[in-house]
Design a protein around this ligand. Structure first.
Ligand code: GUN
Length: 292
């Protein structure tokens, strides 16, 4: 059977390391991250709540700004501008997805680069592409790189296939895997890719980030591959109180026996995303203290 990569345990260790680091810093104020949530999408409500709780456990202050679903781009921009200008705020996060009438791209780009702990602005994505160490890197891909490192998964010279081309996961994931030091040979697949099965079955490392349950089946996976499941999909369930359960993009039952290592859902990538957000927030705070 494969090694099940325990994201909860890894995230706990990262957060303990951050708490220790923070305890060693003497400064007149704590780090502060501002969350912007638009509307009441249940998944976003739950994610932002979790981010705030973990921040509090580490000693990071969080401030939640909730805007109505009907908010205009101008009103959202005004809030981003005020947080950019607020010296008591180190980090700004706009929870995605935004309602369709708002531009995620314009909103992400409006966040000051040195407060953009999500790494979704053109400034940070550009720096990542240039392999500039000052880049804030998107938290989910950064968390996956950390999981690979902490679980001894070799990337150099290996074939990595990324399923999904989003700004949040797929694109930065591909950049991180191909950059110097990681040195993987990377393919990116998406909804229009042909021969998906053939491409995926060559992967030593397969990363699924498409947001569709059951996308990766056993016939798409090479024997001994490391499979990372980024999907967090809610499917109806009569067995849970909430009426739903969480499943990934990978058909875990059939795929796991073929893998050397695999992440579960929940308890795999998700907790590491939050841990990397805390890591980026602490880095933003330290830069802020040092005059950026
Ligand atoms: N929605 C899904 N993942 C993320 C993330 O990492 N950051 C933000 N801001 N929104 C998300």
């Amino acid at each position: 059977m494969p090694e099940i990569i325990d994201g909860n345990a890894a995230a706990k260790r990262v957060c303990e390391e951050l708490s220790k680091k923070l305890a060693g810093i003497s400064a007149p104020r704590r780090p502060c991250v501002a969350f912007i949530r638009v509307g009441e999408d249940p998944a976003s409500v739950s994610y932002v709540k979790k981010k705030g709780r973990i921040a509090g456990e580490i000693g990071i202050e969080s401030r939640l700004h909730v805007l109505p679903e009907s908010v205009s781009q101008g009103e959202l921009n005004a809030l981003i501008d005020s947080l950019n200008a607020d010296d008591s705020v180190d980090a700004v996060l706009i929870q995605a997805p935004l309602p369709g009438h708002l531009s995620e791209r314009d909103s992400f780009n409006r966040v000051r680069a040195d407060k953009d702990v999500d790494g979704f602005s053109r400034a940070n994505l550009g720096m990542l592409c240039q392999e500039d160490p000052r880049a804030f890197t998107a938290c989910t891909p950064a968390g996956i790189m950390e999981l690979l490192k902490r679980h001894g998964v070799q990337t150099a010279g290996k074939r990595a296939v990324v399923l999904g081309r989003s700004i949040i996961v797929g694109k930065p994931m591909a950049l991180l895997l191909m950059q110097k030091g990681a040195d993987a040979t990377v393919s990116v697949c998406h909804s229009k890719s042909e021969n998906l099965k053939e491409i995926c079955s060559q992967a030593d490392i397969l990363i699924a980030a498409v947001g569709r349950p059951g996308t990766v089946t056993a016939d798409m996976v090479k024997e001994g591959a490391c499979v990372i499941d980024v999907g967090i999909n809610r499917v109806p369930s009569a067995e849970t109180k909430s009426g739903y359960r969480l499943v990934g993009d990978v058909d875990f039952e059939s795929v796991a026996p073929k893998c050397s290592k695999i992440t579960p859902v929940p308890g795999g990538v998700g907790p590491m995303t939050v841990a990397m957000l805390m890591s980026n927030t602490l880095a933003a705070y330290m830069r802020h203290l040092q005059g950026r």
